[in-house]
Design a protein around this ligand. Structure first.
Ligand code: UT7
Length: 322
């Protein structure tokens, strides 16, 4: 059976790290509040010379190098972001040009924090049906550029970064095939006003700033994520105890713990990077995945569940054997 097998990962962070203490010099907040409510201790903020495209390109280069493939063998680039370099063309086309693989397909997906899951779902469908053979799937954000730095209820929560994976279409057989085994995606547009940006080209002709009803988002996140994880397990015919690692969207350590508890998943199997990266939106899952692969936690053959929930609402989960 033709499957999308992950053959490389990469990630990139801006040069500047910003601790809670540093932030509390300009924002009415404290390290104690941020750590207790979110688990966040640090985030990275892009400088003037760093953009969504530059971070995405760095992460993509690392993923391609790890995979050991030639850049021009990539025939599909899907980049998930809510903070593109330009309204158009797609940031994926900027990355494509930087990498020098100017053939094939390149486009962005907009599903905010769930964007990487949406991108994996679309790439997997295109690879399995033969529209492409080798995909670069990227999540990249410079969320700091759309934060309201006067709003302490949102600005302390987010950071910038990028993560990327290379998915290769391969024939996989046997009892434990590698590759993406099942993906489920959802959206419910009724919740637009819970988490959104108050601007856009067609309305205000501005970029807008992030607005969020944190408590409501928190409540929906735990319910929606538990449900979609159950759907993926059913589709793949595996039990929660079979999962080696859960790599969740890194929004809030309390959401990670509550979701793991609801699923009876031990905390030791949950990859947590929110303390170091904060919420990097579409970048958070591939960033955490790359960290856990590079530090040796996630090994070849492991069953890994990815999940995310974000503005829209959108949410999804994907199970893969790495
Ligand atoms: O990636 C997309 C998905 N996003 C999420 O998953 C985020 C989900 N939501 C959350 O993570 C949490 O709801 C937050 C971390 C955003 C907020 O935590 P909370 O426990 O729900 O706090 P709250 O919003 O109910 O605020 C509690 C108090 C308020 O003060 P009063 O009204 O009780 O006096 C806030 O004004 O904390 C205050 N507060 C702060 N204090 C210090 C809010 N932000 C801050 C801050 N520093 N940065």
């Amino acid at each position: 059976m033709r499957r999308s097998v992950m053959i490389g990962t990469g990630s990139a962070l801006p040069k500047r790290a910003v601790s809670n203490d540093e932030l509390s010099k300009t924002v009415d907040t404290s390290d104690e509040w941020i750590v207790e409510r979110t688990g966040i201790r640090n985030r990275y903020i892009a400088g003037d010379d760093e953009t969504t495209a530059s971070l995405a390109t760095d992460a993509a280069r690392m993923a391609i190098e790890t995979a050991g493939v030639a850049p021009d063998s990539i025939d599909l680039i899907i980049l998930a972001t809510a903070t593109p370099n330009q309204t158009f063309p797609a940031t994926a086309t900027i990355v494509q040009n930087e990498l020098g693989c100017n053939r094939g397909i390149a486009f962005d997906v907009a599903a905010v924090c769930s964007g990487f899951l949406y991108a994996v779902g679309v790439a997997d469908s295109m690879l399995r049906t033969g529209s492409a053979n080798r995909a670069l799937v990227i999540g990249a954000e410079t969320f700091s550029r759309i934060l309201d730095w006067e709003d302490r209820s949102t600005c302390v929560l987010f950071g910038d970064g990028a993560g990327a994976i290379v998915l290769d279409a391969r024939e996989e057989t046997g009892d434990a095939p590698r590759g993406v085994l099942a993906t489920k995606l959802h959206a419910d547009g009724a919740h637009n006003q819970m988490l959104y940006v108050d601007g856009g080209p067609s309305t205000t002709q501005t970029v807008g700033k992030v607005r969020m009803k944190g408590r409501e988002v928190f409540r929906h996140a735990v319910v929606n994520l538990s449900e979609v994880l159950g759907e993926v397990l059913d589709e793949a015919g595996v039990e929660i105890s079979d999962i080696d690692w859960l790599v969740p969207h890194q929004a809030n350590a309390r959401i990670l713990n509550a979701t793991a508890k609801k699923l009876n998943m031990p905390n030791e199997k949950v990859v947590v990077t929110v303390d170091q990266h904060a919420n990097t939106s579409a970048a958070s899952v591939p960033l955490a995945l790359d960290v856990a692969i590079r530090d040796g936690r996630i090994k070849s053959g492991d069953l890994v569940m990815l999940e995310a929930m974000g503005g829209g609402f959108t949410w999804g989960a994907s199970l893969m054997r790495v």
